[in-house]
Design a binder for this molecule. Structure first.
Ligand code: ATP
Length: 316
């Protein structure tokens, strides 16, 4: 669990003070992914960097797992926190395996254990270890380099992962793929993740909770569905976009709106309980029907989903 309590940063510059982050209070449960979202310059990166003490707070507190991070040596603290940044800054003169092994080496792991960990992480991030372990960063695509960056941050199995626009430089198609891999990885590793983004679609896709910032202040902190359904003010509503109902569809699954049914209506299109409501809405429109059959992996009918149930879930 990470708790920020009235966290504040004022940068003193030759041209006066800059209030970068003002009184941010929020709590991210253990194993959850929180996305810090907002326009450029609103204080997202500064907030993230106060958590691993790359920036010293002016006032306020950061607690990790209940412990006040003020009481921990910053270097020791950073070894327990994975950190992924855009243009990851892999060491160009080190191989992929050596890059991933940087923190394990500091922690004096033996070579065999370090190499095994690198193999494990590369496989988890969809990079074939035999093919990638001994490459240099210049021999990787942007998306591959970002994956290695994530592997490096996870090497010593830190409970907390900070990610600053980790996929911002990856092209849109590969970004979707790498986001899917991140979600799959996070489902098994359950790290507590703080993830900076300025992309609402990315936030809706990966977040358990979203913190919307404006000019250093926290405007709203809520799960994606609640944020999209009930933005707390005009700024948040405008930031999340006028298509916020459509965005909500991606986060709601058929299982949440499914009604019992033993047989399917003739010709009704079929969906699975794990499908999201975007697929349902598309099928409603394509087929001009008011109900779809829900089937399990074996094709057995397990329920149905109706237009009314979807509308009622969305509150429209
Ligand atoms: P972006 O999305 O553009 O990366 P951000 O939301 O992450 O922006 P920050 O980088 O946290 O924003 O910056 C917040 C504010 O603090 C900005 O006004 C920025 O100019 C200011 N700031 C950040 N670092 C410093 C610094 N070292 N000295 C002075 N001002 C700073």
């Amino acid at each position: 669990m990470i708790r920020l309590d009235a966290l504040t940063k004022v940068f003193a510059t030759g041209r006066g003070d800059i209030a970068s982050v003002s009184g941010v209070t929020l709590e991210v449960p253990a194993g959850a992914t929180c996305v810090l979202l907002g326009p450029s310059g609103c204080g997202k990166t500064t907030t993230l960097r106060m958590i691993n003490r790359l920036v010293t707070p002016t006032s306020g507190k950061v607690y990790i797992g209940g412990a006040d991070t003020d009481s921990v040596d910053p270097v020791a603290l950073r070894r327990t926190i994975g950190y992924v940044i855009q243009q990851i800054g892999l060491f160009p003169n080190m191989t992929v395996a050596q890059n991933i092994g940087v923190v394990p080496k500091l922690l004096r792991w033996d070579a065999a254990r370090t190499r095994k960990r690198a193999e494990e992480l590369l496989a988890m991030l969809a990079l074939e270890p035999a093919q990638f372990m001994d490459r240099y960063p210049s021999e990787l695509s942007g998306g591959q380099a970002q994956r290695v960056g994530v592997a490096r941050a996870l090497a010593a199995d830190p409970p907390v992962l900070l990610m600053d626009e980790p996929f911002g430089a990856v092209d849109p198609v590969n970004r979707e793929v790498i986001q899917d891999e991140f979600l799959r990885m996070q489902r098994s590793l359950k790290k507590t993740v703080l993830f900076v983004s300025h992309d609402i679609d990315e936030a809706v896709k990966v977040a358990d909770c979203i913190a919307i910032f404006r000019a250093g202040r926290l405007e709203q902190f809520a799960p994606p569905d609640e944020l999209l359904a009930r933005p707390c003010n005009d700024f948040v509503a405008e930031f999340v976009g006028s298509d916020r109902t459509l965005k909500r569809l991606r986060r709601i699954h058929v299982s949440e709106v499914m009604e019992p049914a033993a047989v399917a209506a003739d010709g009704a299109p079929r969906v699975r309980p794990g499908d999201d409501l975007r697929k349902v809405a598309t099928l409603f429109l394509e087929h001009g029907v008011a109900a779809l059959a829900c089937v399990d992996e074996g094709g057995r009918v397990v329920g149905r989903v109706t237009r009314d149930a979807v509308a009622s879930r969305l509150g429209v």
